[in-house]
Design a protein around this ligand. Structure first.
Ligand code: AMP
Length: 250
């Protein structure tokens, strides 16, 4: 069966982001960009399913600027077979537009498994997988920590408040990955070289019938408040006194 994995180009998780001086967004100049970490987990899961013989082809899709090719190539170095870049201005697209484009890709590619991250770490929106499920009228197993494909069904164990829930979905199904699903491998150098030769198609949103832009406007982006310096106390008595009389928390 075919697996489609959606990978988003985001600021690398180890980068300390800077907000632009006019508070219009995050400054991306000379910032290291990577595959969204949850999407890397989605790629890894697809690769493991291919290694088991369940999946025969892995297609990765990314919607974003031309540079998103780098993330598609990284996914190919991890084991994906083929890539689709839907070239678009990220700022013009919201979760719904991304989901509509992905719906077009699914209709074209007809995958049985559609894997996404549970959320993109740049906007923490956690919407695309669910919207795609609704648009395709397909079952969805979100926040997956275990995936078992059996025949034309998939069992997804989900991380929910206070425990785990297992759901069974008919294929084709949407799965969004949580952190504990797997630990992605590092790409080996020969695979990075091989990835350069794998097929990568470039498309536009209009190719999938999407011409609308987002209704969402970012009003302001602010960095978190600076943490105030702490004080050192000499004794437990002094700590209790400060908590009682200064912080007034006890
Ligand atoms: P979000 O709902 O924006 O937090 O994103 C959830 C998941 O949807 C991500 O982890 C990706 O798998 C997928 N996704 C979101 N935006 C894009 C994009 N521009 N290109 C490809 N996949 C995306």
């Amino acid at each position: 069966m075919k697996a489609l994995v959606a990978v988003k180009r985001v600021v690398d998780a180890n980068v300390k982001v800077r907000v632009k001086p006019d508070n219009s967004g995050v400054d991306l100049t000379n910032v290291k960009m990577s595959i969204n970490p949850f999407d890397e987990i989605a790629v890894e899961e697809a690769v493991r399913l291919k290694e088991k013989g369940t999946v025969s082809e892995i297609v990765v899709v990314s919607i974003g600027p031309k540079e998103s090719q780098e993330q598609i190539r990284s996914a190919m170095a991890l084991g994906a077979d083929r890539g689709i870049l839907v070239e678009a201005d990220d700022n013009q697209l919201g979760a719904l537009e991304v989901a509509k484009i992905l719906k077009g890709v699914v209709e074209q590619e007809q995958p049985q498994l559609i894997l996404l991250g549970k959320q993109a770490i740049d906007d923490d929106s956690n919407q695309v997988g669910q919207m795609l499920g609704a648009l395709l009228n397909a079952g969805q197993g979100t926040f997956a920590s275990e995936v078992k494909v059996e025949g034309d069904k998939v069992q997804v164990t989900r991380e929910i408040d206070g425990g785990l829930q297992t759901v069974e979905l008919n294929l084709p199904a949407i799965i969004t990955t949580d952190l504990r699903l797997n630990e992605p491998r590092y790409a080996a150098l020969p695979n990075i070289m091989k990835a350069r030769k794998k097929p990568l198609d470039t498309k536009t949103p209009a190719d999938f019938g999407v011409t609308s832009t987002t209704n969402l406007k970012t009003v302001k982006v602010e960095p978190p408040a600076e943490r105030k310096a702490g004080v050192q106390v000499k004794s437990v008595d002094e700590l209790v006194d400060k908590l009682k009389n200064e912080a007034k928390v006890i």
